[in-house]
Design a protein around this ligand. Structure first.
Ligand code: UDP
Length: 323
């Protein structure tokens, strides 16, 4: 039986990966330090005979007995609010943490896939963004701690691939949504849905003309799986190219939730990318992958998930770790 280590396993994406690899019949070792992750996301797996959880900060030496075939490195804060609150942890996990993950992969002769991001393109001057684009990043701005850490992670991964000949995969993830997103992590989708459910106006930053392209989590997970099983070691974009302005997105959420409130404008955060859309030509060609879930369908599933949360969860404005 193949054994897979997933870092950041109690997070939004990590927990969906745990589900997928259990379904694939693998033994899943889930690792998280729970800074931004939540055990609730994986509690349904804890009784499964092929699932184990290890509470560990990967910035410290990683040691797991037995063979490991695959490693999925998904540990990192991943929202602008987190970057502002815990910038040093954000930098450490993708630099020191990645170093430990790659060293561990070398010892175990495991194939490792690292989760990079569209943020490596910064506030892009090329649209849509193909993998060859080098990006436009402000190293000392509020997003610098995330963007630069992920860029360093890619460089370190390539160095381990070239120097130690380990099997590496690099995915660049674009905005992804779905059940188990943290309701109050500041990201636009949980922010809008939370506000709609609490009866508050929806806070649109700036004039809402900035764009994003939202990918449903199941589509992303399928892309990750295919990339892991491929033999391609350079970065691959995975995301849904269907682009929408934040204003139109807000209107969609109001319609979906039936909320009677309105969109109100708040100041645009510094260095907020004006547009973002993945060029997925490579993923299509290499992996035969493209997203299948339409936004209307994915948003409905996600809204139903948020509706099912307790009043306490809904009203919590700060993540418990930072409260
Ligand atoms: N945004 C917004 N209102 C909010 C939260 C976010 O208008 O309450 C905007 C934000 O300025 C950005 C977009 O929505 O332009 C996506 O933000 P998010 O934090 O979800 O992701 P990222 O900027 O990292 O793509």
């Amino acid at each position: 039986m193949n054994r897979v280590l997933i870092t950041g396993a109690a997070g939004f994406l990590g927990s969906h990966l745990c589900d997928r690899f259990i379904k694939e019949g693998m033994h899943v070792i889930a690792m998280d330090n729970l800074i931004t992750g939540d055990l609730k996301n994986i509690e349904h797996l804890t009784k499964h005979k092929d699932f184990e959880f290890i509470l560990h900060d990967i910035c410290k030496f990683i040691d797991v007995p037995g063979n490991i075939d695959y490693i999925l490195h998904f540990a990192s804060p991943a929202s602008p609010i987190d970057y502002l609150k815990i910038p040093i942890q954000t930098l450490k996990v993708s630099s020191l943490g990645t170093h430990n993950v790659l060293g561990f992969a070398k010892v175990k002769k495991a194939r490792v896939l690292v989760a990079s991001t569209s943020e490596v393109y910064g506030d892009p001057h090329v649209h849509p963004q193909p993998e060859e684009y080098w990006g436009h990043v402000n190293t000392v701005g509020p997003r610098g701690c995330y963007d630069e850490a992920k860029r360093f992670m890619e460089a370190l991964t390539m160095a381990y691939h070239n120097t130690h000949n380990i099997e590496t995969r690099i995915i660049r993830i674009f905005n992804t949504y779905g059940p188990r997103m943290r309701l109050n992590d500041g990201r636009v989708l949980p922010a809008f849905i939370g506000q709609a459910l609490r009866g508050e106006d929806l806070t649109m930053f700036g004039d809402g003309s900035q764009t994003r392209s939202f990918c449903y989590v199941d589509d992303l997970v399928e892309g990750i799986y295919r990339l892991l099983m491929s033999d391609y070691h350079l970065p691959v974009n995975i995301g849904n190219p269907e682009e929408i302005s934040i204003k139109d997105f807000g209107e969609e959420i109001l319609k979906l939730t039936g909320a009677k409130q309105k969109l109100i404008s708040k100041p645009l955060p510094k260095d907020d990318p004006k547009q973002r859309q993945p060029d997925i030509t490579l993923a299509k060609k290499l992996l035969g992958w493209e997203p299948k879930v339409k936004r209307a369908e994915g948003l409905k599933i996600t809204f139903d998930y948020f509706k099912g949360l307790s009043k306490d969860d809904l009203n919590r404005t700060e993540h418990r770790q930072f409260a």
